[in-house]
Design a binder for this molecule. Sequence first.
Ligand code: GLY
Ligand code: MN
Ligand code: MN
Length: 523
Amino acid sequence: MADSSSTPPAAPADVNSNRSTTPVSTSFRDYIATQWADRDETLPAPREAAAFAAARRQRISAMHPGERLIVPAGPARVRSNDTDYAYRAHSAFSHLTGWGADAVPDSVLVLEPRFEQREGGMEPAAAGHDATLYFRPTAGRDSDEFYANAAIGEFWLGPRPSLAHVAADLALATMPLSALEDVLESTDATTRIVREADRDLTDQVDGRRLLNAELPEPGAEGAIHGGSAGTIDTDGDAVLLRDLSELRLVKDAWEIGQLRAAIAATKQGFDDVIADRPAITAHPRGERLVEGTFNRRARAEGNQVGYDTIAASGPHACVLHWTTNDGPVVPGELILIDAGVELDSLYTADITRTLPVDGSFTEVQRRVYEAVLQAADAAFAIVRPGIRFREIHAAAMAVIAQRTAEWGFLPVSAAESLDPDVQYHRRYMVHGTSHHLGLDVHDCAQARRELYLDGILEPGMVFTIEPGLYFQPDDLTVPPEYRGIGVRIEDNVLVTESGAENLSIGIPRTADDVEAWLSGAAA
Ligand code: GLY
Ligand code: MN
Ligand code: MN
């Protein structure tokens, strides 16, 4: 069977042979294969993340005794024709390996279950799994890949590490990707794969499951290993994905350090935007300059942005995920900037600040801003281990209902609006108040509701608190002076043993501090 996972991506000579100029003469091939200096094979000490990744592997291992777990990094994704998007490994893969922006595309982590002889036969061993990282190592000079393959070749994309280098760096056993075929050979119904990470590899695993399924005895009931002959039971895959998501609900010390660093880099990005205001307000597409200035810092300090930067000036702030960013940035209006630097480890910040473009809030802008800040502070005040995640949203919504009722925007009282069957105040804030944050901006998204929205907070959890108020430009329920104002204040919060720490407290957030920041008075 063809093994597409270990077949290197096609060289452009295959897909664009009409414009290939690579010489094919034997003299050239022989010549380019020779006279290269030996590689420096000094092995690195394990990176700091390696020990943390090993502990995470142990935890997922203990949850899946006797099952083979396949966690692909995933392929490079095509943008168009022979150009790809910037590569990013699947988050579960990075979490379990510690390999971030430097991960090699198509790599696969396999946790092979250990079995031991017991009375009654082989049983899953207490000691769990053996982890092996399969990847495409550096190509030798004896192949033509290094100069002729523009998709992965060293002359085109830069060198890949050796098996020994990655084994030392990540403190993991490594094997060439071509050896994955042996693993696939023995795939059966006890294999679990993160399906969404690599569709081609998943198709191969499914094919092997079908091929290797034990056929029922003629006349017997059909279910084998939880599946029926001729069908693929993917429930186990879904459980693995869920468990990997839930594994990330509580961050370890290394992850918390990464998030602090991502937030510090994000602060620099906001500082850059503030310093760049003269150019930004002078340009007809000033929002694009905001995006460019922030993203420049993200590329300089980290891997990239953790999500598309939202640079929403004036009424664009009422579009929750405004990423078109093609409008002007106009003095007298507010600009809502929702942006986060993703580090090389792939951990990202997720920060929103809403700034008065000319440096001072108008009275009505300040009134809205302070209501949102009050909602954020009310939410933060209740965060401690033992409360339920959804209580944070409820605390913020109590303030939003109260303030919008006071202003006369609701057809009922705040208390009546807060009734789950009413909720008129949500017209002005339709999104949630908090989400977990980590390797993904919306981290742990496959966790069960009982552990996420209905879950109990534990020390080490990191999430956003991000209430907002958005008065659409054509909303007839609010006075004209409110229309087109959108404010969100988003901070990143760590649950501690005794309460909570606002990790982004260093980024000015009160109205006065924001004005001081814009005037150059704040650090
Ligand atoms: N930046 C997207 C969000 O705040 O969830
Ligand atoms: Mn967010
Ligand atoms: Mn955000």
